[in-house]
Ligand binder design. Structure first.
Ligand code: ADP
Ligand code: MG
Length: 453
């Protein structure tokens, strides 16, 4: 196995547990630089990527190597600037084009270095239906007149429903139609890490003046700045500067501004000050249309009952629809066999399985912890800290409402002495919900996440 092949296999494993944004943000321009039996040296394009991969992915990378039967004991990281590997990329691209459909989508590696945009996302391959038509219409208006139509433009919706696609299509179209406008797309994790690094290196003013040059600034998954005080402070400053100069700001989130926990009030009100648009769930006919279009793009045709089978079993996530389709396409291409409903059911049995879809306490606890930016174990700490008390009560409330778990069971799970712990938590949340503040939006957003998981 060559270094490239090995790295592709490692990345294929990492990609399974990493969001598309994170994956393309951190693993672009990485490779295996050298290796011995005991050690692999991974080349990374810059210091930020090096620190991020080292801190967040080191263990996963080692695990992936072990799964591939390598006895590597350690991984080192070496910065190799993108310009030095540019030549290599050309030959790599040829190799990548041979990889079957359900393996790495290497189009990600064509990301534009100036704008950070991926050309694969366009309006041509974006399907519009009643679940996203208003958001789409607003996006079109912005393309015509960036900075004047809707500012800021805040898009929210569940996982895998097309937020990143829409944001990037918007960025690509503005770049194309208004060549003089400087567009920048940033996943919010990158915004945060750039700000944190600049503060550490005393270069925050330079960074801010760089951001202030953009005519269109797009930040994806802005909910991740929840609880990040420094990022919020600096972003507030950048936001105001751009806004006053009629520069377009576009944000996406998995929940509305009201439901983003630990977000400074002044930022929340800025986010709410423009156009807020949501992306809902596509209905059955739209899901079939999405599958047909995506199969068509790959020049594959499948029987109508196969499209319908996928569309009726995967309802809440377009990424999962695509995943199922990719699996079938890869199979036909590799085996040259036609897919019928029986083989589709068989091939998709791990994706479409009632057992996997079942909600369980573990999943609910994990989603609540993620939502409030906490570790799962924090929810089990019986303390009076405001940041913990509410999420803990929300978790108990959802176990009761969503799973109908008994009060004694829930109390015991959360270390309560008797069943009153859970009863108290549920009553408290019910009471808060009646007051009608932002909690009901938070709980709605969490429920959506539980359903789409
Ligand atoms: P999100 O950012 O909301 O989690 P993405 O934008 O990453 O979701 O979408 C997930 C996948 O589904 C992507 O591959 C994207 O191209 C595809 N997708 C989402 N919405 C649409 C749409 N309306 N038409 C075509 N493809 C879509
Ligand atoms: Mg996204």
């Amino acid at each position: 196995m060559t270094n490239e092949e090995l790295w592709q296999s490692v990345l294929a494993r990492i990609q399974l547990n990493t969001s598309r944004n994170n994956f393309s943000a951190w693993f672009i321009n990485t490779n295996i630089f050298s290796r011995t039996d005991k050690e692999v040296v991974v080349s990374v394009p810059n210091k930020i990527a090096k620190e991020w991969i080292q801190n967040k992915y080191h263990k996963d990378l080692l695990k992936a190597l072990h799964e591939l039967n390598f006895s590597v004991k350690d991984i080192k990281y070496q910065i190799v600037p993108a310009s030095q590997i540019a030549q290599k990329e050309e030959s790599q691209e040829e190799e990548y084009s041979n990889i079957s459909a359900n393996q790495l989508r290497f189009e990600q590696f064509n990301i534009d270095r100036e704008t950070n945009l991926n050309p694969r996302y366009s309006f041509d391959n974006f399907i519009v239906g009643s679940f996203n038509d208003l958001t789409y219409a607003a996006a079109q208006a912005i393309c015509k007149n960036p900075g004047t139509a809707y500012n800021p433009f805040f898009i929210y919706g569940g996982v895998g429903l097309g937020k990143t696609h829409l944001l990037q299509a918007l960025g690509n179209k503005v770049s194309k139609d208004h060549a003089n406008k400087k567009v920048k797309y940033l996943p919010s994790e990158i915004l945060t890490s750039e700000i944190v690094n600049a503060i550490t290196n005393n270069t925050i003013e330079d960074l801010k003046s760089q951001y202030k040059k953009y005519d269109v600034l797009i930040i994806d998954d802005i909910q991740f700045i929840s609880g990040k005080t420094k990022t919020q402070e600096e972003f507030f400053n950048i936001f105001n500067f751009l806004y006053q100069k009629n520069k377009q700001i576009i944000l996406s989130s998995d929940r509305p501004p009201k439901a983003i926990a630990a977000l400074e009030e002044r930022l929340r009100s800025r986010f709410e000050g423009g156009m807020i648009a949501d992306i809902g769930m596509p209905d059955f006919e739209t899901r079939v249309a999405i599958l047909k279009k995506k199969a068509g793009e790959r020049s594959v045709d499948l029987p109508p009952d196969v499209f319908e089978y996928i569309a009726s079993n995967i309802q809440k996530n377009i990424r999962e629809l695509e995943g199922a389709l990719n699996k079938l396409i890869a199979h036909t291409k590799l085996t040259n066999q036609k897919i019928d409903i029986e083989s589709a059911k068989n091939l998709l049995k791990n994706i479409i399985s009632p057992n996997i879809k079942k909600k369980n306490p573990q999943k609910i606890i994990q989603i609540v912890a993620d939502f409030y930016n906490l570790k799962e174990k924090d929810l089990f700490v019986n303390c009076r800290k405001k940041e913990i008390v509410k999420p803990r009560q929300v978790a108990m409330y959802l176990l009761r409402k969503e799973l109908k778990n008994s009060f004694p069971y829930i109390s015991k799970l959360f270390g309560g002495k008797d069943h009153t712990t859970a009863i108290y938590a549920c009553k408290k949340i019910d009471l808060e919900l009646k007051k009608g503040d932002s909690l009901s939006e938070e709980i709605e957003a969490i429920k959506q996440m539980i359903c789409s998981c």
